[in-house]
Design a protein around this ligand. Sequence first.
Ligand code: MRU
Length: 356
Amino acid sequence: MTQLREELSPHVGLTADGERVRILDQSLLPNREVYLELSGLAEMVEAIRALRVRGAPAIGIFAGYGVYVLARQLPRTGGARENLAALCLRAGELSAARPTAVNLAWAVGRMLDRARREAGGGWPAVVSALEEECLAIHREDIAMCRAIAEHGLSLVRDGDGVLTHCNAGPLATSRYGTALGPILLGQERGVRLKVFADETRPLLQGARLTAYELNRAGVDVTLICDNMASMVMKNGWVQACFVGCDRVAANGDAANKIGTSGVAILARHYGIPFYVLGPTSTIDLNCPTGNDIPIEERDPEEIRTLWYKEPMAPAGVRCFNPAFDVTDHSLIAGIVTEKGICRPPYTQSLAALFSE
Ligand code: MRU
């Protein structure tokens, strides 16, 4: 297993002794590359809430490792039933750390299902099965990102301009990423895309993370403020929009970083196809429409004071700071998954992904 761990992506994984989850602290990028090693439930929850680890698939991978690390801390000789009850309680807190990205609850649920299936064999057997499961979640994500990248690349041509919002690159997943996957794969194959990265207020994932990842990969990337997207589209510089997703409802409505739905509305106005890219673990058929997706609201200080030398709004002014919005399915030209590209009507094409 140790060798397998080393093959997986470096920004989220286990320490060599398997006792802690190791992450690159994304909240400090691009200026500082600091790795954290976490073993306590409270620090894992804090890491998710503070976006030290972020992006729907990466949060799921992290949670898988987290459940494994927490399971190791329970008495090896303890009764499997008692340990399982204790693990469920802790895993429940981890799962509730952020509400919108379904991958978090999905990964925790998958780990607990495996633990329940193995409980008859005693706790050491559960722990070793959980190690296998969290590594499988990570490995599968790498394969899914690669497949998404292939499908996404079929939607664009050499020299095209692509606009993206937030960060759905390797940091948010593993290896290729989702929305950035076709861009990075294209770069490897000599298909050069010109990327416009929205800076993505208020937490600047586009400026801090997308620009950082694409720059390092040698991609032609131009950073723009969110309110410049319309002009860039009007100038004819964008042939497709690629964005990630945190949860896709059964009808194709897609939750992603706040501001995404505005990009989709602009793209419709300018006749530019708008694509959502994500693994099937982000599709939640239990949510009939986007209205059923819980939207996280965050601290107003992210708008008022964060990043500024001094506050940029009057003290105490009311702020509204939703972290995500929902893009209506009618604005989406295609939902690109590892199994292929779903087209409208999404109620049918998304359901078909799960009936194969
Ligand atoms: O608040 P964040 O930074 O976790 O939001 C991330 C996004 O909205 C991403 O676009 C989404 O999770 C997809 S990541 C492949």
